[in-house]
Design a protein around this ligand. Structure first.
Ligand SMILES: Cc1ncc(COP(=O)(O)O)c(C=O)c1O
Length: 420
């Protein structure tokens, strides 16, 4: 992000490179003042010095590109934004070189989600929201956006008939926001079909996908027809549990400009240091994701055969209703698993209190494994009936599978389960 006019800083050279090469090299020199440093620097500065009054005037008028004030743009932040352009948008750009891919980085995933919605929606508009969505996104819609006259309707986006009906019943809809796979039930929606349906029935609706669970390594919504992709970089993109951050990427100049206006005037910009940490983590995204996914696949199979487990939710299991779609839409099946314990609520708590290696913590996408029991923790204040409707049963456990040795994770789970 720099100003509303300059958007596309994707270096053409990287369009012909593979994903891993882009995660390492793309963006590294973008917007960085001339330097021989091997690694992009942390520009921990709130403001930038103009050479003279003429330059100050040109920068403010948008006639010259450069830095003014960190809320409006910063070299360390821009490097990250340029790299994400190359990861989410390179294939689109190859097909259509005139397309301008733009990314804006934020101080949190929720800042990315809220700023994007504030940019696209106005008073009187309706938002169609996936019915299984991150809790804060739902609260944002029902507690904040509703006070500004934005109405929300929920629908299961994996059910195209239900979605078509909802679109037709809500002619004032301007955006649809959904996650795939969902949290924690791991339901997969068909991004291509949802996007096609939306464009056919009501082309005024912008399709926004929260791609946090998949990352651009596994799934790229813009290539599948979505208009906007948002991320919490807190998770896999940073990968080390050190930062809370977010991203928004689009190929629509008007959406990019509108989101820029929101971050400029509302705030929500990331710190230079956090952006540097996210970029550092990002460099190993492909190899981390490979290991997250292969470990998760092993554990999902292990859990399926365990006598204490009633059901495993993982799109990589061939008996999952989402297996074929996930295979088509994603590179691998992801690092998140949820499963239901036969012993219900008490078994869930016992597992949390006894399991080794896995840290008992919310969040996900860290290099190390995390585990949590939604019914006694994240969803404890949600009325039981509503919780059950969202697939969060009393014995449901959610795991973010890390990149430890698989033998150690399997042994820890086996021992923990035996005590439930
Ligand atoms: C799918 C999803 N989207 C958005 C968010 C919000 O991100 P953050 O916590 O970085 O604000 C989360 C957080 O867990 C999430 O899981």
């Amino acid at each position: 992000m720099e100003d509303s006019k300059s958007t596309d800083y994707m270096e053409k050279f990287y369009l012909d490179c593979g994903f891993a090469t882009r995660t390492l090299h793309a963006g590294e020199k973008v917007g960085q003042p001339e330097s021989s440093a091997h690694t992009g620097a942390i520009y921990q500065s709130s403001t930038f010095i103009f050479k003279n009054s003429e330059e100050g005037a040109q920068l403010f008028a948008g006639e010259k590109s450069g830095y003014i004030y960190t809320r409006l743009g910063n070299p360390s932040v821009r490097l990250l934004e340029a790299k994400i352009n190359a990861l989410e948008g390179a294939e689109l750009k190859k097909k259509n070189p005139n397309l301008r891919i733009s990314t804006i980085a934020f101080s949190s995933g929720m800042a990315a989600v809220s700023s994007t919605l504030m940019a696209i929606l106005s008073k009187g508009d309706t938002l169609i929201l996936g019915d299984v969505i991150y809790g804060a996104t739902e609260h944002l819609c029902s507690n904040v956006l509703n006070r500004f006259g934005i109405n929300t309707v929920e629908v299961d986006t994996s059910n195209l008939n239900a979605l078509e009906k909802t679109i037709k019943e809500n002619p004032k809809a301007k955006a649809i926001l959904f996650e795939t796979p969902t949290n924690p039930s791991l339901v997969v929606s068909d991004i291509k079909k949802v996007s096609e349906l939306v464009k056919t029935v009501n082309p005024n609706i912008k399709v926004i996908v929260d791609n946090t669970f998949a990352t651009p390594y596994l799934q790229r919504p813009l290539e599948l027809g979505a208009d906007v992709v948002v991320h919490s970089t807190t998770k896999y993109i940073c990968g080390h549990g050190t930062v809370v951050g977010g991203l928004m990427t689009t190929f629509h100049d008007d959406i990019k400009s509108a989101v820029y206006m929101v971050i400029k005037d509302v705030g929500g910009n990331p710190s230079p240091f956090d952006s540097w940490l996210v970029n550092l983590g990002l460099k190993t995204l492909p190899i981390r994701m490979e290991k997250h996914c292969s470990n998760a696949m092993e554990l999902a199979k292990f859990l399926s055969d365990n006598s204490k487990v009633a059901k495993v939710h993982y799109p990589g299991l061939t008996n999952s209703p989402y297996y074929d779609l996930a295979r088509k839409q994603m590179k691998h099946f992801g690092g998140m698993i949820s499963f239901e314990l036969k012993g219900g609520f008490e078994a869930g708590k016992k597992l949390m209190d006894n399991i080794e290696i896995f840290s008992l913590a919310v969040s996900l996408g860290c290099v190390d494994s995390l585990i949590q029991h939604p019914a006694s923790m994240t969803h404890a204040c949600v009325p039981r009936e509503k919780r059950l409707k969202g697939g969060i049963t009393d014995g449901l456990v959610r795991m973010s599978v890390g990149i430890e040795d698989i033998e150690d994770l399997t042994r820890a789970l086996d021992k923990g389960l035996s005590l439930t």
